[in-house]
Design a protein around this ligand. Structure first.
Ligand code: ADP
Ligand code: NA
Length: 330
């Protein structure tokens, strides 16, 4: 029997991914590779919605792909490619934009948040149509499931609406995908500001754990993480957000249950707990970082792998796109 298809991607918006991307996306993707026919892309067209230096964008794209592979996404098993290498994404996005309501797109909360932060003059039409491009990404591959954080759920709902609308208007063309929303226990917060989601686009990097950082830097950031004054290693998301976040990271990387970690550190201080976590994170990151740097040392080979995978992706995407052209009268 044919495996169900999975699609997901990340923006190459920094030189390194952060531990939230690793726990909330990469580790889950890695484990889903067996069950699904998985497509993972580095969405560089999406990244253009923020200001970018061209040479830096190209490098961030390569670095993001290297980190996917280093974290265990196997480009011989999954289709791991760069979005802009497959022309069909931009072409389908245009066609889908013609069936997307202006008001409908205007209701996307991520657009409202970002455009408010950027201001009207720095907000592009591309930022507005970002979810339409995301819909194209997903629909091109006749995707069954889309693993996303809950901040992307609304975009997957829009994708479903567009698929249904297109199918109703032009005839059955797209599979209607299902979102797989990441578990709350996979959500990681900023170490210095544990009420904010850790993000590669955070303004301050003091509380962000980067996959490619030097291990000494990572260790220091963990030892300096914000906690509280009661000295008890216990999970309480509301009352003890800092400690709870550290427990979440600990549990996610060791596969242990939080109560067992609480027991281990009962009656010991935060210093001991942080040292324990530091050792866990450093042990996890070291081989991933080493592998990513090794891949980046041979850009020609990495580019070759990405080109082969882009061809695999394009074969699927082009088939969908040519049906779409046919259906709409192009
Ligand atoms: P970022 O905010 O770091 O730029 P993206 O918005 O590009 O991250 O998200 C890429 C993927 O990483 C998504 O699947 C998202 O759910 C996941 N992710 C991002 N930040 C976190 C986090 N702090 N905790 C858990 N998962 C995260
Ligand atoms: Na982001």
């Amino acid at each position: 029997t044919q495996k169900a298809r999975l699609y997901s991607g990340m923006q190459p918006s920094a030189d390194s991914l952060q531990i939230g991307n690793y726990i909330g996306a990469l580790l889950q993707w890695r484990d889903m590779q067996d069950t699904y026919d998985a497509f993972f892309s580095v969405v560089d067209l999406h990244a253009l919605t923020q200001p970018n230096d061209p040479a830096e964008l190209r490098e961030k794209t390569r670095r993001t792909a290297a980190q996917y592979i280093a974290a265990g996404i196997e480009p011989s098993r999954s289709t791991l490619y760069v979005q802009s290498h497959v022309r069909a994404h931009a072409e389908l996005a245009w066609i889908l934009s013609t069936i997307t309501g202006f008001g409908e797109a205007g209701r996307m909360t991520q657009f409202k948040d970002k455009s408010q932060r950027y201001g009207a003059d720095a907000t592009s039409v591309g930022l507005f149509t970002y979810p339409v491009l995301m819909a194209a990404d997903i629909l091109l591959y006749q995707t069954h499931v889309v693993p996303v954080g809950d901040d992307q759920k609304q975009h997957v709902e829009l994708t479903r609406d567009l698929a249904e609308r297109f199918n109703a208007r032009y005839g059955e063309t797209f599979r209607v995908p299902e979102p797989v929303i990441q578990a709350e226990t996979a959500r990681i917060y900023d170490l210095q500001n544990p009420s904010a989601k850790m993000s590669k686009s955070a303004e301050s990097h003091a509380g962000v754990l980067w996959l490619l950082d030097d291990v000494d830097v990572t260790a220091k950031k963990i030892m300096r993480a914000v906690t509280d004054n009661d000295g008890v290693v216990a999970y309480d998301r509301e009352g003890k957000p800092g400690v709870s976040n550290l427990l979440t990271i600990y549990a996610a990387l060791t596969g242990r249950q939080i109560p067992s970690i609480e027991d281990e550190y009962a009656g010991r201080g935060y210093g001991d707990f942080k040292k324990g976590l530091r050792d866990v994170v450093v042990a996890e990151f070291e081989p991933v970082r080493a592998r990513a740097l090794e891949l980046l040392d041979d850009p020609a080979e990495l580019d070759r792998v990405l080109a082969v995978n882009a061809e695999k992706a394009a074969a699927v995407a082009d088939e969908t796109l040519s049906t779409v052209y046919d259906r709409v009268g192009l």
